[in-house]
Ligand binder design. Structure first.
Ligand code: ZN
Length: 496
């Protein structure tokens, strides 16, 4: 009895300890909300629970909200949004549940009206307002309410994504976020930016945002830039080596929700990445893979960060570099049978696979995308220069005997033998169940492209074009699509 108990307990431990680490997708949670007010309130609940001081901004005051993050961080409170004319219901509820004593209002009365301030006061909460004649002056005035900083952040005041992306770093370092414009260094921020206590400056954005002339006036400046807002956010995560164990993900063009994401990322000392609402940008994918991020919190509703993006984040193939080599091409038609040319079939399947893998979040390179010919060595070289994590060569089989049929996967033991086998074992059963063909299994063979590719590599023989049974299946768009889905899910399985 006792030993049975022990066994039972041990197997319970095994279930809890081994299963989640071994075969799990990446984990993604969401901080939701039906409006920007609700999202900010839910972020506050999750990140702070209670907060005696809260920073309050108007509905579209993204610049104010972002500049408010380092100040809110020092007060150990969140930034909440409100409707400008009347205190939003979700915001009011949040102030109550946070047990807030003081609200710091940012901006003018057109951004947060006196009516809102009176509504807050009626809740027994004291208020103060930090304003400025424009966003530049406001950013300087916010800085003056912070502890004397050892450095400052300077960003262009209308490109909100830059300020949002750097906000967690700024808050952590105690640096205020100061706004300038595209013409040069704004006079409103000059004295704060050049104060004697300031020893270093982080500039975010290229010279078309913060000019070279402005940059040269700043103290020990470092510039972080990128070709898109997604690149900038990724470069910030890399440069400051931020904790990625539960990386926050906000929508690059959703400033209210992504500024809320930046606030909680600051509070928890976590990285913040930005995404397109519909698909994960390539640079974001690559960062997820290079930083080995497996846990995320997306901020905003399913309209803000869609389930497609969440599924990409969850997929263990996210950001993995997959090289697809459609066999043969041009003068080399490969096997021919029942009206099928292998070169065309391979390309068709490869293109479908490209789409599936791309939808899954992988980064795909193909050796050819049209009816062209590459030597086997060129295919190997292209895979190597793509720095691919895995190499998949797509082929179809042929035999003089038309009764030969079925699907098989080859690997070679020269390089990455164990992982090549693992890849083959993940893909083969998925192809078979997708096509309903005979399972010819996983085999070894020294085919050139898999022998000389140094990364884990496989060569797929999807079916026999010489078989009346297989060729019918391989002519069907439905089956080719299923096949591509099957291979794609095999790839995910390999990285899981
Ligand atoms: Zn072939």
């Amino acid at each position: 009895m006792r030993s049975m108990m022990k066994t039972a307990i041990l197997s319970l431990i095994a279930i809890f300890v081994i299963v989640p680490t071994a075969l799990a997708d990446n984990s993604v949670s969401r901080i939701d909300g039906g409006s920007r007010y609700a999202v900010a309130a839910n972020v506050a609940k999750k990140g702070w629970g209670t907060a005696s001081t809260v920073v309050l901004v108007g509905k579209t005051a993204y610049a104010d909200a972002t500049a408010g993050i380092p100040l809110a961080y020092q007060k150990n409170g969140p930034v909440l949004y409100t409707n400008s004319k009347s205190l939003s219901g979700d915001t009011k509820k949040a102030l109550t549940s946070l047990k807030t004593k003081t609200v710091i209002v940012l901006g003018s009365t057109s951004s947060v009206s006196n009516n809102v301030v009176n509504q807050v006061k009626k809740m027994g909460i004291s208020t103060q307002r930090i304003s400025g004649k424009n966003r530049y002056e406001l950013s300087a005035n916010i800085a003056k309410k912070m502890k004397k900083p050892a450095g400052v952040v300077v960003v262009e005041g209308s490109f909100y994504a830059h300020g949002i992306a750097i906000a967690p770093v700024a808050a952590q370092k105690g640096f205020p976020i100061l706004y300038t414009d595209k013409k040069g260094l704004r006079s409103e921020i000059a004295s704060v930016a050049k104060a004697s206590n300031v020893k270093q400056t982080i500039v975010v954005g290229g010279e078309n945002y913060v000019t070279k002339a402005a940059y040269n006036q700043l103290k020990s400046p470092t510039r972080i830039k990128g070709s898109t807002r997604y690149d900038v956010a990724a470069n910030i995560v890399k440069k400051y080596n931020m904790s990625v164990n539960n990386t926050y993900v906000g929508r690059g063009f959703g400033y209210a929700t992504s500024s809320s994401a930046a606030g909680i990322a600051a509070k928890q000392n976590k990285a913040l990445l930005l995404t397109n609402e519909k698909t994960l940008p390539k640079v974001t994918r690559a960062t997820v893979s290079s930083k080995k991020i497996t846990k995320f919190t997306v901020v905003g509703s399913t309209n803000t960060v869609t389930p497609t993006v969440v599924n990409q984040l969850k997929n263990p193939a996210v950001g993995k570099k997959v090289f697809i080599d459609p066999g043969h091409g041009a003068h080399d038609s490969g096997a021919v049978g029942y009206g099928l040319y292998e070169k065309n079939l391979n390309l068709d399947v490869a293109k479908r696979l490209n789409t599936k893998l791309n939808n899954a979040g992988a980064l795909v390179t193909m050796s050819r995308t049209s009816d062209t010919f590459d030597s086997l060595q060129t295919r190997v070289s292209k895979g190597a220069s793509a720095n691919a994590d895995i190499f998949i060569s797509v082929h179809a089989n042929s035999n003089d005997n038309s009764s030969a049929n079925g699907t098989e996967t080859y690997y070679d033991k020269t390089y990455a033998a164990a992982n090549s086998l693992k890849l083959a074992q993940n893909i083969q059963p998925k192809m078979v169940s997708a096509l309903g063909t005979r399972d010819r299994g996983v085999k070894t063979a020294g085919f050139y492209v898999i022998k000389y590719s140094k990364m884990p590599s496989v060569l797929l023989e999807t079916g026999f074009v010489s078989s009346p049974v297989d060729s019918n299946i391989l002519k069907s768009a439905t089956y080719k699509d299923r096949l591509a889905s099957g291979i794609s899910s095999g790839v995910s399985g390999y990285f899981r």
